[in-house]
Design a protein. Sequence first.
Length: 411
Amino acid sequence: MYEYAIAWEWAAFAVRWLHVITAIAWIGSSFYFIALDLGLVKRPGLPAGAYGEEWQVHGGGFYHIQKYLVAPSNMPEHLIWFKWESYATWLSGFAMLCLVYYGGADLFLIDRHVLDVSATTAIAISLGSLAIGWIFYDLLCKSPLGKNTWTLMLILYVALVAMAWGYTQVFTGRAAFLHLGAFTATIMSANVFFIIMPNQRIVVADLIAGRTPDPKYGVIAKQRSTHNNYLTLPVIFFMLSNHYPLAFATAYNWIIAALVFLMGVTIRHWFNTTHSRKGKPTWTWLVTLLLFILIMWLSTVQKPATEDAAAVSPAFQQFASNTHFPAVKDTISTRCSMCHAAEPVFEGIVRPPKGVMLETDAEIAAHAREIYIQAGRSHAMPPGNVTDMTGKERALLTAWFESSATEGKVE
């Protein structure tokens, strides 16, 4: 039934909102503690075991913060754990992956011009890549190479570039970028769940038992936390990339992804160096700008021409066979296809928004739910109603989708 599409849209909105809220909490606390850690100052008179301290002012008050490199001599009465921000961010993100990309696999996950696989196979590849990515990374960290943070980061970067290429050979460009974000975020959240938190629990248990905690647990946790710090900005980019087809739907999207990871490193390097009071490496902003300009140029390189499939997928056949479809096609051709085309003719539009093209029967049928939500049930499209879509035309789009959904199964 068509009500399913409305409920699905609101469910996606609710989970997305939750994901944004928890991500802000996780990233905010992560950036704060990295900055705090780098800014610590060693001064005479610190308590036994204290590594450094820092004075901060915020909200009209002064804060005096001290860090113990291993642990204090006694267990504090009140101890705040920072963990649920990470867990909730990953869980809500995975829920989004299920709702949007697994639930809409035929549209958002699979591009049959890239790899013709079933939805079940594509989902299995998705899940498998996330799990294998964490296992590879964790084993790498625990190997002899794990003693050198920068060597690890270099190898991880090569692995991420390889995954960027691999994902673009399997999924749609949009899904490939989203999966890069999910792949990286899985490593980050798993670091918290499997390494950082267990190590902290060992230290707390030693304190409660009156034992002296082993410093190695803090060192290991700090290394994983540093990795998370440098991976955060690229993850944010990939999670927002579905709005920018110039990034994900161009010929060299995997190279663009590789450069995004480098931009994340250069930006974080500036902040980390500044917070540690080691100067302000302004060269990092120049490098970031040059990388961004290179990305802009790469986005203009055209893909080789390919033959598009004309047949409508069985999953969307009900929409193309509906009696309203000829009139719907005329409406979309008049009101939408000047932007949603392989070569948009609307001034200022160089790529179809979000990579959505509405020129063929197959493309219109495949995006039936989005047309219904964006231009039928709501007035989100066309933007500002620049093409003067009438109320009668919107009613036609609504009737087309709802009658099709009643007759068949909405995917």
